[in-house]
Design a protein around this ligand. Sequence first.
Ligand SMILES: [Fe+2]
Ligand SMILES: [Fe+2]
Length: 277
Amino acid sequence: MRIVQLSDTHLSHIGGVTSENFTKLVEYVNEVLKPDLVINTGDLVILSPDSDADRETARLAHEGFSAPVRILPGNHDVGMPGEHAWMGLVTTSERVSNYKKTFGTDRFLELPNSTWAIIGLNSEVFSSDLPEESEQWEWLEEVAAQVQGRCVAFFLHRPFWSPMPGFTEHALAIEEADRDRLLKIFSNSRVKLVGSGHLHRFMQGQEGETLTVSAPSTAFIVLGGTLGINQLGLVEYRIDGEEIRAYFRTIPSLVEGEPHELAAFSETMAEIQAKAS
Ligand SMILES: [Fe+2]
Ligand SMILES: [Fe+2]
């Protein structure tokens, strides 16, 4: 079985290089990678969780894939919990509800064979104290009972483990308490993979039996530094029996726009600032 994970597509109804990159990658995925499943781990829209037009643009763009597609929210799609939310855009019930109106659901369970369970989560409700958080925990308890003994691959926007534990400017990963609770709930399964986005770079690590993979963005690079592969692209997973491997994939024609030079970025940023002031 093969899965393609793309992330941080940051699409806008205005168009621009993020949309052009996405279109090129859809073609590459359909014609070259030919996966059984495509998963987007969020930050679907350029910046604002309150733009219905951007969400609709993102939804339509995903109709181009030949394989089945599962879409998960990032902090730019529903907000982020806590005091470090970017531009104060916190997760709210209204934002989650608007997301679900467009995409149907913010989580999923796939059982592709008798060995594996593929579980998609909304990372942006953890530690939010919203009813949507309790609801997701309840669902996770039910799913864990259903997938006992299976190999589990989790997909979500923010990683379980931060690659920079001392960095507090904004939350790079979910809270440790949420991660520990999740792993405890799934202690009767074998958590083989956590595939996340948010960091806009490709990285692989290992936590016990769990492979941790950070997917690159298809839209733009956000931070400098030499951690991982700091390029645009996506991840191809190959599952063989109980083994899962991750591969960075890209094509040479993607355009690495500087975010602040993108018209859609600047326009949305101005809208967010106007609302905040
Ligand atoms: Fe992002
Ligand atoms: Fe993000």
